[in-house]
Design a protein around this ligand. Sequence first.
Ligand SMILES: NC(=O)C1=CN([C@@H]2O[C@H](COP(=O)(O)OP(=O)(O)OC[C@H]3O[C@@H](n4cnc5c(N)ncnc54)[C@H](O)[C@@H]3O)[C@@H](O)[C@H]2O)C=CC1
Ligand SMILES: O=C(O)[C@H]1O[C@H](OP(=O)(O)OP(=O)(O)OC[C@H]2O[C@@H](n3ccc(=O)[nH]c3=O)[C@H](O)[C@@H]2O)[C@H](O)[C@@H](O)[C@@H]1O
Length: 469
Amino acid sequence: MSIKNICCIGAGYVGGPTMSVIALKCPDIKVTVVDLNEKRIAAWNDEDVSNLPIYEPGLAEVVQEARGRNLFFSTEVDKAIDEAELIFISVNTPTKTYGVGKGMAADLKYIELCARQIARVATTDKIVVEKSTLPVRTAEALQNILHNTGKGVRFDILSNPEFLAEGTAVQDLLNADRVLIGGENTLGGQKATEALANIYSNWIPEERILRTSVWSSELSKLTANAFLAQRVSSINAMSELCEVTGADVQEVARAIGTDSRIGPKFLKASVGFGGSCFQKDILNLVYIAKSYGLNEVADYWEQVIIMNDHQKRRFAEKIVKTLFNTVSGKKITLLGWAFKKDTNDTRESAAIYVADYLLSEQAEIVIYDPKVSQEQILADLDYLNTRSEAENRALVTVVNNPMEACDNAHAIAIMTEWDEFVNYDWKQIYNQMQKPAFIFDGRAIFVPSEMENIGFEMYTIGLAYSKNI
Ligand SMILES: NC(=O)C1=CN([C@@H]2O[C@H](COP(=O)(O)OP(=O)(O)OC[C@H]3O[C@@H](n4cnc5c(N)ncnc54)[C@H](O)[C@@H]3O)[C@@H](O)[C@H]2O)C=CC1
Ligand SMILES: O=C(O)[C@H]1O[C@H](OP(=O)(O)OP(=O)(O)OC[C@H]2O[C@@H](n3ccc(=O)[nH]c3=O)[C@H](O)[C@@H]2O)[C@H](O)[C@@H](O)[C@@H]1O
């Protein structure tokens, strides 16, 4: 079966880049990405590709090449569903904020709405692909909705989770470690699996296209994120131990990472992991385990989140303690707001929580991030509901110029590892700061001795440097 028409519901951080790369690599397939959010679709259609709603290195070039040829962005959801043979569901699955499972379970209302819309609109057979990250056995619920339309339309449901990381999405999609397809072990299920595999085989080597059951595929996605986040929490736990014992977490990471069983990646101590998925997906995993009565399994994974919350808090506490136990009225500059470099995404960014803590201590916060707008930063702080919007605006200043951000500051905290931060004129910044001039390097981007030679008082995460403050 050769697919000629694809639709993707959800033009977000996954739907947009994923479909752009499919369209790039499969010029004979028409790919339509639809979303209810008109502003987002207008931005995807903006003639100037520097205005796309998502910043990802290399994405603008891909969109430029495929858009209007076989890649389309639209708000006409019904039409795109009706025309497509294969439909990706790539909508958001946030943590529930109400009712049963509040604060833990994944909110599947957007997924269900998509299923109901597909059921209502479809007049021809469809392959429906779960691209969103979903609790194991969600396909069962989709099946129930889709198979009871009474219209005689055949639906095959596949799970095809996405493993891209933001900031490297295009490269991750072009050179995926693997593509995972979960399908039913029936003739129909196998045919659907091969139809999707055929699309990927346009650029992904056959041995990297893994086929599993639907349940294994759904659970593998949650498991992958849990393992990745666990590595970050593990190295962050060691970072605290390093600081009190005189060890250096970067040396420890290098030493253990050379063991081929451990591997060198994802061992960078930080101010805590952020992003829209790690926390959400682990909470979801914990909730699923609890709902089956597996309390030890749930507690085991919950510790990854507890450690991460601790890491964010202890970084903020370190700032207050070092600044002579008070930051009230002091100017503290945060460099970076995105949850990692090379993205404009701020969801669950550690910077939000550190800023919130410092604001509660009455600090004056000045923020600079190369890709995040003032509007977004203030919205992130307002969303926490810790204080009034007016108070946030009175204490927070967002600037477009890093030198201005650091001017007259008592301390600078590195929240995101943007490459440009290392190359600033740090001598000049030092001269413009209050003394002693403190730097809290939450990403270990500096060589501490170089900064100390300029005159800075340095704190580097995970480092018991001789003069570490
Ligand atoms: N952000 C990431 O790096 C990754 C995310 N994922 C998963 O992919 C899914 C999507 O994540 P993101 O793209 O980050 O979310 P997002 O929030 O950026 O995008 C989701 C889009 O779906 C749209 N939408 C919601 N309901 C809709 C409906 N009924 N009809 C049409 N459009 C609708 C929203 O307007 C929004 O634009 C989530 O399940 C997430 O866990 C998986 C891998 C990576
Ligand atoms: O499901 C998802 O949403 C995605 O979640 C992560 O991708 P992402 O969150 O975009 O970015 P990561 O590179 O994983 O970083 C997550 C957070 O961990 C932090 N991190 C990462 C690695 C590390 O060594 N140390 C560290 O602190 C990053 O700074 C960032 O805040 C996974 O890496 C992707 O495979 C997955 O598809």
